[in-house]
Design a protein around this ligand. Structure first.
Ligand SMILES: [Zn+2]
Length: 276
């Protein structure tokens, strides 16, 4: 399932391919034909993401917004178009955006709709702060510290914090050494600040590499490469605890635990993660 970094990467790539010029919008599959007709020929102003929501602002006589949520299986691919507008359609493409140089295909989204700027504002209002968008996580902390739910559940609640999915949830809790079952009301403020700062550090690496990177040596490797503008090649193992049930913890050797929290499998190390 796409996490927030995926949507921010898509927004960045859509911006680079389409912003500042008119684009053709269509629905090869047909299910979005009416929406595409409203946007077709309009100028793409900007693409932006908030958590797992993507907004493409289009100026076609009036300002209209293409609102996309990929859900569990959706994909949005952006490519240079070697077919000069004649690219064949592969599979069920709900929406296609094209200009003479690029084509973007949206498949299998949970949401694909044309909305107004007011509708967009209402979506933002329901979402918590996004570490890729907001400097401070104070609004999220206010929700966390008043809740008896576990921090593992709260991190997945998009109204508390936008953009974090299951992989980042498991990995940042491990990196902070936090007991995932700690109720929000018992979490220390400095622990929250550490988690927020860690997300602010890790998520941009996800945007840059399209991979979730959490192991310290890989984090440093990518930060160094990005600072130099170099390509990054990662070694194979890429998580502390995510999907490592029963395997030894990379730090202490305790078998990694797994249980269901907020509808998704939580992975953690019962020895390393005792902090609040
Ligand atoms: Zn451990």
């Amino acid at each position: 399932m796409p996490e927030g970094h995926t949507l921010h990467r898509i927004a960045r790539d859509l911006d680079a391919a389409f912003a500042g010029a008119p684009a053709r919008f269509s629905s090869p599959q047909g299910r979005f034909a009416d929406g595409a007709a409203l946007l077709d020929g309009g100028e793409v102003v900007e693409a932006r993401a908030h958590g797992k929501h993507l907004f493409v602002e289009v100026d076609s006589h009036e300002t209209r917004i293409l609102h996309v949520h990929l859900g569990l299986i959706g994909t949005f691919t952006i490519d240079a178009d070697p077919y000069a507008g004649e690219r064949p359609v592969v599979g069920m493409v709900r929406a296609r955006i094209e200009n003479d140089a690029h084509v973007a295909d949206l498949r299998g989204p949970m949401t694909c709709a044309v909305i107004t700027p007011e509708d967009e504002a209402a979506v933002h209002a329901k979402l918590g702060p996004d570490p890729l968008r907001d400097v401070t996580g104070d609004r999220a902390w206010e929700r966390v510290t008043r809740s008896k739910k576990s921090i593992a559940a709260l991190l997945m609640d998009q109204a508390v914090l936008a953009g974090v999915g299951n992989v980042y949830r498991c990995e940042v809790l491990f990196r902070a050494g936090v007991d995932p079952m700690t109720p929000g009301t018992r979490l220390r403020r400095e622990t929250w600040d550490e988690i927020w700062a860690d997300l602010r550090r890790l998520l941009p690496l996800g945007v840059a590499t399209s991979r979730i990177v959490t192991l310290p040596e890989q984090v440093e490797q990518i930060e160094t490469a990005l600072a130099k503008g170099e390509e990054v090649y990662l070694t194979e193992r890429d998580s502390f605890v995510y999907k490592r049930t029963g395997e030894p913890c990379l730090v202490c050797g305790t078998p990694v635990s797994a249980t269901d929290v907020a509808g998704r499998t939580l992975y953690w190390c019962a020895t390393c993660q005792t902090g609040r």
